[in-house]
Structure formats: C-alpha cells, structure tokens
Design a protein around this ligand. Structure first.
Ligand code: PGA
Length: 272
C-alpha cells in the first residue's frame, strides 16, 4: 500500500519568522498524525530555520527547486547537496511555474520573461537525477495548460513530460521518486480538476511508470495538485490512483492545511 502524502508548496510566501511560527503551530496540531507523510516546502532562505523547528517531529522538509550539479560557478543557484545539508528530504522539480507555464501570465510582464525560470524537459530530468544522487526525493511535476487540454493533447503532454523526466533513471533509484499531476489551469484558480479525470490521468502516469520500472511502478506515489482544498480533498483521496496532494494556497494557513492531512489520514492512512 502506498503511504499517502500531503506536501505544501509555499511558493514565494512567508518570511523566516512567519515560517517558523507557522510550522510550530503545525507541529502542535499534527503531532499525533500517523500514516501520512507530511512535507512543507518553504523558500530557500527559510529552510534551515524551519528544519530546526521541525526536528523530532513527523513533518518533513522540502525545497521548491534545485540545481543539477554539486557545486560550481553558478551564481544564485542551490545544489542538491546544499539542500541535503540543510535537512531537506524532498524537492519539487519541474513545477509549471518554473517551466514558465503560468495559468495567467501577468499582463505587465513581457513575453520574453516566459523562459526566465528556465525549466524544460531536459533541466527537469537533470534536476531529478541530481536530487536522487544526493539522496533527496524529487517530486516531479507535470501537467497541461488550458490550451493543451482544449486541443485534446493532455495525455500526450503528460506522457512526454514524464518520459523526459525519468530518462536515465533506473529501477534501483525509484524507491525515492514522487510524481505530481498539476493541470496548469487548476493551479491557484480555485478550479479543481474533476476527481475522476485527475484519477484517469494519474492512471496514465502509473501505466508509464509500470512500463519503465516494472512492479516498482506500482509503489511510486503520484499526487494531484491544483486548487486542493479542505472541501475537495475527500473526493480526491477516495480515488484509487491519487496518493495525496501537492498543495499551494491551502498549505499557507493552518486551518486549511491541517484538515487536508487529517482527511488523507482518515481516508487512506488507515490502510497503510
Ligand atoms: P494551488 O497550487 O494549490 O494554490 O492551486 C498548487 C501548486 O502550484 O503546487
């Protein structure tokens, strides 16, 4: 049985003081939860302090991005080894925002900025491999834009992104891989993907992973992300393929994040 996971992607929110206060509150409220992997992903600058505040708790530390070499003259980048030394266990790789695929492009940003964060299928693969080599678990993201969905290319987009992301990764590495299907049009919009449809796409990802990794593919967790909220988590968690959520907005407030973890425990945790 795959252990459910609720992972909070804080994006560019919470300074160090806010971050530490927030996780202290989470530790109080979620300390007794078992059977669910709980992860928070603060910004780089808050990782160490949040990691210290989480020590000895059942909440794990994740980062939102990583570079693909151990060290070097790469101004502004953070290596997987640096993350590991800060106590990080998980790292989000290939989030659509890092691929420059936003649901809504800010009107005052010129189009040239679309590639400013730089992720593409090649860098996502390199980042995932580098994370694994450093002992981190990558949370590899994929998902289609609204135009791609309307054009009927959802399955092809997801298939291509997943195949590219796992290129060169062997079954030996796969005990520590997590995937997240996040339709771009559902991120931050309040418009959650229908649970049945999310489950269908996750089934497609599962089939790809089985093809590539054999039975190990059945053990890898696949999360759904995109407007996960307390009022839709139950329907999502009841789906056979959905092993949890990668959560943005609702991970920033205790009274939203705690019910997500509790629902995951209630619906899936009891079976682990
Ligand atoms: P959201 O973000 O929950 O705010 O839609 C999800 C994500 O981007 O990971």
């Amino acid at each position: 049985m795959r252990r459910p996971m609720i992972s909070g992607n804080w994006k560019m929110y919470k300074n160090n003081q806010e971050a530490v206060r927030f996780v202290q509150d989470l530790v109080d409220k979620l300390g007794a939860v078992t059977g669910v992997d709980i992860v928070v992903c603060p910004s780089f600058t808050a990782l160490s302090e949040v990691g210290e505040a989480l020590e000895g708790s059942n909440i794990m530390l994740g980062a939102q991005d990583v570079f693909w070499t151990a060290e070097g003259a790469y101004t502004g980048e953070v290596s997987p080894h640096m993350l590991a030394s800060a106590g990080v266990e998980y790292v989000i790789v290939g989030h659509s925002e890092r691929r420059g695929r936003f649901g809504t492009w800010p009107a005052d940003w010129p189009e040239e900025l679309r590639s400013v964060f730089g992720d593409n299928d090649v860098t996502v693969n390199w980042k995932a491999r580098a994370a694994l080599e450093a002992g981190l678990t990558p949370i590899i993201c994929c998902g289609e834009t609204i135009d791609e969905r309307r054009a009927g290319s959802t399955d092809a987009v997801v298939r291509d992104q997943i195949n590219a992301a796992v290129e060169g990764i062997t079954a030996n590495d796969t005990h520590s891989l997590v995937f997240a299907y996040e339709p771009v049009w559902a991120i931050g919009t309040g418009e959650v993907c229908d649970a049945d449809e999310a489950n269908r796409v996750l089934g497609l990802i599962r089939a790809l992973l089985r093809d590539r990794f054999g039975t190990v593919g059945d053990e890898l967790r696949i999360l759904y992300g995109g407007s996960v909220k307390p009022d839709n988590i139950e329907g999502l968690m009841q789906q056979s393929e959905i092993d949890g959520g990668l959560v943005g907005g609702a991970s920033l407030e205790t009274d939203k994040f705690v019910p997500l973890v509790e629902a995951a425990q209630r619906i899936r945790g009891e079976k682990t």
